[in-house]
Design a protein around this ligand. Structure first.
Ligand code: NAD
Length: 472
């Protein structure tokens, strides 16, 4: 078995308790992982605090810091196979996705945020009173980054990259199901020359474990969390006790609206990607598909045929598009939705082991669990609509508001509908395309705050006003 320790103050530690990470395809343990609790969290936060208060990192120029972050991105590229294997074995993600998408995007995220910070401008505000004011963006301090298991390395980089680029130090707690790539990332950060204590990795569980110890620690200046909405509520409450600013990227139940004037081939292809990528374990999954009635039958026939062609299998096989779900617990949850689904299953259902086949459900009532709750698996409900107004109403009838998709060749309709959708991101005739300068986050139960470009800067810095008198 491979072993993955905490990385605290530049040292990998495997000295205390441990737990195993299970490969969801073989259902066998493949890695031994250090198990942290309050004591290890204390050490990790102390290391990050020291590195922030006394170390060179927050005091370096943007160019020097950026060069080290670019060096880390180079190393991520050089270790792509090792990083992709770690995520694939931890959660059953197809290697082709991990290697072809997640790892390159991770490297790109580090490069983007290093450059964004280096090239950022600040404001100068000439005043009529004989003064001028200008802004400075000071690093916030110690950042606790708590991550989910569905895109382990990539989502960690959305937090770690801007936090580091703006001069903060970090304690990263990966999800307990996907610990390995975070340790590798921290090893590479040390190799890149990023000073000890700047990027620490702490392994463990959430409640009454490493996660809750981090969120309760008053020495932490920012908490950035991605995970379930229920966990988000617990973390927001913990953060409130210390008045620690918190950013929450939470669950979703994406609505995907396909109008009768859509390019059907395009809409089918994107809708398949939108809900079956990563076996549907995507916060942005287009898991509520609404199709205008005149094209319902034809759309459904093509969509089901495409779903049935997806290749299910061993994540290591380059041909595999759908692997097993990430863990026994998660498989049990998704299985529950499939077995108890209101409506009729047109295709899909349970597969071998922890596999759930791409599953299409029709005739599910709008108030049923499968339509309202986040399944987080390869399961989609398909519902007809008769007007634009009805489609927008159905899309917005959700506790979540992370994202939505609209497929139409009518330009005005695309803009009109995008404006009315209560969602942090709206994709028109596409899905999952992201510009890292754009805001990313959710309305309602899908989160607090936004990540991306200047939005990440707002969160990971303390903006300061300096007001200067200009003597006559
Ligand atoms: P989760 O909430 O169970 O766990 C996420 C992380 O929080 C893990 O590291 C876990 O150990 C930690 N944690 C759990 N309880 C905690 C506590 N009390 N205190 C501190 N830390 C705690 O989520 P998950 O199952 O790992 O991830 C799936 C969820 O994440 C889905 O709801 C999905 O929609 C959401 N997600 C959202 C986005 C987004 O950008 N909005 C992206 C990916 C995933």
């Amino acid at each position: 078995m491979e072993s993955f320790g905490h990385v605290i103050d530049g040292e990998e530690r495997m000295d205390g308790a441990s737990f195993v990470s299970v490969d969801p395809w073989t259902q066998q343990p493949w890695a031994d992982v250090a198990l942290g609790g309050a004591a290890e969290a204390d050490l990790a936060v102390a290391a990050a605090r020291r590195a922030f208060d006394e170390g060179p990192w927050p005091r370096m120029g943007f160019a020097e810091r950026g060069a080290l972050i670019h060096r880390l991105a180079d190393l991520i590229g050089e270790h792509a196979d090792e990083l992709a294997t770690a995520d694939s074995r931890d959660m059953g993600k197809p290697m082709s996705d991990a290697l072809g998408k997640d790892v390159p995007r991770t490297a790109q995220n580090f490069r983007f945020f290093a450059d964004h910070a280096r090239l950022a401008t600040a404001q100068t505000l000439p005043m009529d009173t004989g003064h001028h004011a200008y802004t400075r963006y000071e690093p916030a301090g110690v950042v606790a980054a708590i991550a989910p298991w569905n895109f382990p390395l990539m989502l960690e980089s959305w937090k770690v990259a801007p936090a580091l680029a703006w001069g903060n130090t970090v304690v990263l707690k990966p999800a307990e199901d996907t610990p390995a790539s975070a340790t590798i990332l921290a090893r590479l950060a040390c190799e890149a020359g990023i000073p000890p204590g700047v990027l620490n990795v702490l392994h463990g569980y959430g409640p009454e474990s490493a996660g809750s110890a981090l969120t309760a620690d008053a020495r932490v200046d920012r908490i950035t969390f991605t995970g379930e909405s229920g966990t988000g509520r617990v973390i927001a409450a913990a953060a409130a006790r210390n008045l620690t600013p918190v950013s929450l990227e939470l669950g979703g139940k994406g609505a995907n609206l396909v109008f009768a004037d859509a390019d059907l081939d395009d809409a089918v292809a994107w809708s398949i990607k939108a809900v079956f990528t990563n076996a549907g374990q995507v916060c942005l999954a287009g898991s509520r598909l609404y199709v205008e009635r005149p094209i319902l039958e034809e759309f459904l026939a093509r969509f089901v045929a495409a779903a049935e062609q997806l290749v299910i299998g061993d994540p290591r096989d380059p041909a595999t598009q759908i692997g097993p779900l990430a863990s026994a617990t998660h498989h049990a949850k998704v299985r529950g939705y499939v077995e108890n689904s209101a409506g009729r299953i047109v295709t899909g259902g349970l597969g071998e082991g922890w596999v759930v086949r791409p599953t299409v459900v029709v005739d599910a009532p709008a108030d049923s669990a499968i339509v309202r709750e986040e399944v987080f698996g390869p399961v989609v409900t398909v519902t007809p609509f008769d007007s634009e107004r009805e489609a927008v109403g159905a899309a917005n009838d959700s506790p979540y508001g992370l994202n939505a998709m609209v497929f139409t060749e009518n330009l005005s309709r695309a803009h009109r509908v995008a404006a009315q959708l209560r969602a942090g991101t709206v994709w028109a005739n596409c899905f999952f395309i992201r510009d890292l300068r754009a805001p990313f986050g959710g309305f309602a139960d899908s989160g607090w705050g936004r990540e991306g470009g200047d939005f990440s800067r707002e969160f990971f810095t303390e903006p300061k006003a300096v007001v200067m008198a200009i003597r006559p």
